[in-house]
Design a protein around this ligand. Sequence first.
Ligand code: SAM
Length: 275
Amino acid sequence: MDMWVREAQIDEAAMTYKVKETLVRKKTKFQDLAIVDTYALGRMLLLDGIVQTTIKDEYVYHEMITHIPLFTHPNPKKVLVVGGGDGGAIREILKHTSVEKVILCEIDKVVIEECKKFLPEISCALEDPRCEIFIGDGIKYVHEHKNEFDVVIVDSTDPFGTAEGLFGGSFYKEIFECLTEDGIFIAQTETPFYLPDVVKRVYDDAKAVFPITKLFMAGIPTYPSGYWSFTIGSKKYDPENVDLSAKPELDTKYYTKKLHQACFVLPKFVEDLTK
Ligand code: SAM
């Protein structure tokens, strides 16, 4: 009998993936967690039935949410990741030799435990001595840490449930205060195809707080529509105008210095959301 996992990407559209094997399925205190092995994309993490990451395409998301802000900041030493329990962002952040410490603030410790067990390619850097794991709510953590981080990365689930408060003006004000005087913030901010209102609202909220706000796109096959946005808020450095010539070449599969500059060029319907 064929086994398929079906993800409702919006109420009216779904994606299905043929499953070889279910590796774990459990209810945590916060969400329904599953890791399945799929034929098309390899192992896949789902939370509340929503695809979070897969072995085949995870590098796009994890490279773009990290290298764009970390190469924009001239000397990022201390980084905070809110969410991100799979560890993919941590793996990429630690490729930057300037980084002395990265805190992973994840609300659900079971995500970390199961990703360590079943997704070692993604979670492999979580044991690095430069990485410190804090289990708790990112909203509270950010509120309690002022003027501390060079880069804050919000690698969260979609804006519902525990992650709802991680999107929006009041949280961005707290992030502004959590950052050092030339700090940079980035968040994954959904798809402009299906959720243009969310993309616009988040962008406008960030723009109301940060002197420089930019939106960029990446192609992520397993996220709804395959076309995903990220929003950057920066106190000082413009991510679109960085001199990357002296930056080291990192071992990446999606990010390149050329792409860093190009990804801010937006199609008209997306650019319109930033006006
Ligand atoms: N790349 C992913 C995506 O866009 O689908 C996000 C991956 S990561 C697994 C998201 C994590 O955010 C989840 O493990 C979830 O537990 C965590 N999370 C949700 N709300 C949170 C909060 N308020 N504080 C800290 N972590 C949170």
